[in-house]
Design a protein around this ligand. Structure first.
Ligand SMILES: NC(=O)c1ccc[n+]([C@@H]2O[C@H](COP(=O)([O-])OP(=O)(O)OC[C@H]3O[C@@H](n4cnc5c(N)ncnc54)[C@H](O)[C@@H]3O)[C@@H](O)[C@H]2O)c1
Length: 434
């Protein structure tokens, strides 16, 4: 089967490569000519574990091609997946300009019946809107809502072994096409859940809002732990061993970031508001998260005062989470901006995200270092924002000889406090009972 994929970002590229891996012929289209050029050379423009070797294989076997021309992706395709970005607009509502443009390009190139798959995360009601738009297309177009649940940093694995695949459609024919495409990934019994388009759209938002809420809930509990002298790690264990609660997404930290949770919680709040429903829990999850992202900056200022001139802070971890170079909505961005605004010297380090962070921050006053030791030279505080593996087993003795003030703020509770203290560091985590 030939399929088209529109947008070669974290989702589109991974989906295209994984479908090609199962033997489908895939044409990926992107409006960014530089990205397409790199992909044609076999270079992966993002950091995503496992993606490069898979891309190399499907390119070698000529099962995937990259183009800037939508017509090439649409011609003769049984299905076209729209996987363009749907970023948060200025008022918090998803900006669907890229999706609308992609849709127009696909329709202009339509040469036969098509299953049009909305893979991007879109507001509830988008499929209905798209269906109205394709109603007078010269060939029948069936609109499927197929939200993606992959996690950056484990995207390939998640796509190849999904927990479930959600397919929203009222068309049996379209559902059959989706069954055929996803069969290789659901052979181990993972459910392919058929539902209405609107339920599929809402499932995606609700899943992200639920996960975001768990994180914010735990961050609030962590604040209480700090206030009453409890250790959130012990509380977490006590909660996580209850099968009704489970253990995932219960880690206290400096808040969630990324391209999904912040924008999708906002998107859901807007969708609900339009429908006359006030989602108080989701609003609270967001509020807690915004406050949590400011926590380390506040702690640094409560120690050194609001004027941080002459103070040097090392930021360990700039990506919004480990195993990615994505810095969208990263807690480290909030902390860096806060510290720079108060006059601090800030030195950041990250195994993969130095380039994307510098581009997103756009503040020449921030400096960058190749590793955590270099970043820590002369520091008055080390703030760990992302729990990359390489920070977990850091040599505290060596570090002690480099810093000016031996103070570590472990924003992800991953460092060995006993060893840090033995080496002379003052170390504080999140919710460890300050
Ligand atoms: N990143 C994730 O972890 C993740 C997970 C699940 C769902 N999603 C959703 O998937 C969608 C895509 O996310 P992403 O992170 O892959 O985005 P991204 O920004 O990494 O990639 C989007 C790509 O689309 C391209 N593009 C924009 N307009 C285009 C057009 N008209 N035609 C062709 N290409 C076009 C851009 O150049 C870019 O390469 C979003 O709706 C997002 O919410 C993302």
């Amino acid at each position: 089967m030939k399929i088209g994929v529109v947008g070669t970002g974290y989702v589109g590229l991974v989906a295209g490569v994984c479908f090609a891996d199962t033997g489908q012929r895939v044409v990926c289209v992107d409006t960014d000519p530089a990205k397409v050029e790199r992909l044609r050379r076999g270079e992966v423009p993002i950091y995503e574990p496992g993606l490069a070797p898979l891309l190399a294989r499907v390119m070698r076997e000529r099962r995937i091609v990259f183009t800037t021309r939508h017509a090439e992706a649409v011609a003769g395709a049984a299905a076209v997946f729209l996987a363009v970005g749907t970023p948060e607009g200025p008022d918090g509502e998803p900006d669907l300009a890229a999706l609308d443009a992609a849709l127009a390009d696909v329709l202009a190139a339509l040469d036969g019946p098509l299953v049009l798959v909305l893979k991007s995360t879109v507001p509830v009601g988008t499929a209905a809107r798209v269906r109205a738009r394709v109603a007078d297309a010269p060939h029948p177009v069936e609109v499927v809502s197929n939200p993606e649940f992959l996690k950056e940093g484990a995207a390939v694995d998640d796509f190849l072994r999904p927990d479930r695949v959600v397919v929203g459609t009222d068309s049996d024919r379209a559902f059959e096409v989706m069954q055929t495409l996803y069969r290789p990934f659901t052979l181990a019994g993972q459910p392919l859940l058929r539902m209405t388009n609107v339920a599929a759209e809402l499932t995606k938002y609700a899943a992200n809002a639920m996960l975001a809420t768990r994180i914010s809930f735990m961050n609030e509990i962590a604040r209480l732990c700090d206030a009453v002298g409890a250790d959130v790690k012990q509380v977490r264990e006590g909660l996580a061993t209850d099968p009704r609660i489970g253990k995932a997404f219960l880690y206290a930290g400096v808040g969630y970031g990324g391209s999904c949770f912040p924008k999708d919680t906002q998107g859901l709040i807007h969708v609900a508001r339009r429908a006359g429903v006030d989602l108080r829990i989701v609003r609270a999850a967001e509020e807690v998260n915004d406050a949590q992202k400011r926590l380390l900056g506040e702690r640094i200022r409560s120690r050194y005062g609001d004027d941080l001139t002459g103070r040097r802070v090392a930021l360990w971890g700039l990506a919004f989470k480990p195993q990615t170079d994505d810095v969208r909505e990263a807690p480290a961005l909030v902390l860096a901006r806060d510290l720079l605004a108060h006059g601090a010297e800030v030195v950041g380090t990250d195994p993969e995200a130095l380039g994307t962070f510098a581009a997103a921050l756009g503040d020449a006053r921030m400096a960058y270092a190749a590793d955590p030791y270099d970043a820590a030279r002369g520091a008055d505080a080390i703030a760990l924002c992302t729990e990359w593996n390489e920070y977990r087993a850091v040599e505290f003795e060596r570090l002690r000889g480099l810093v000016r003030t031996p103070w570590i703020l472990d924003g992800r509770n991953v460092l060995d406090e006993v060893r840090a203290r033995a080496a002379g560091f003052e170390i504080e985590g999140i919710g460890r009972g300050r």
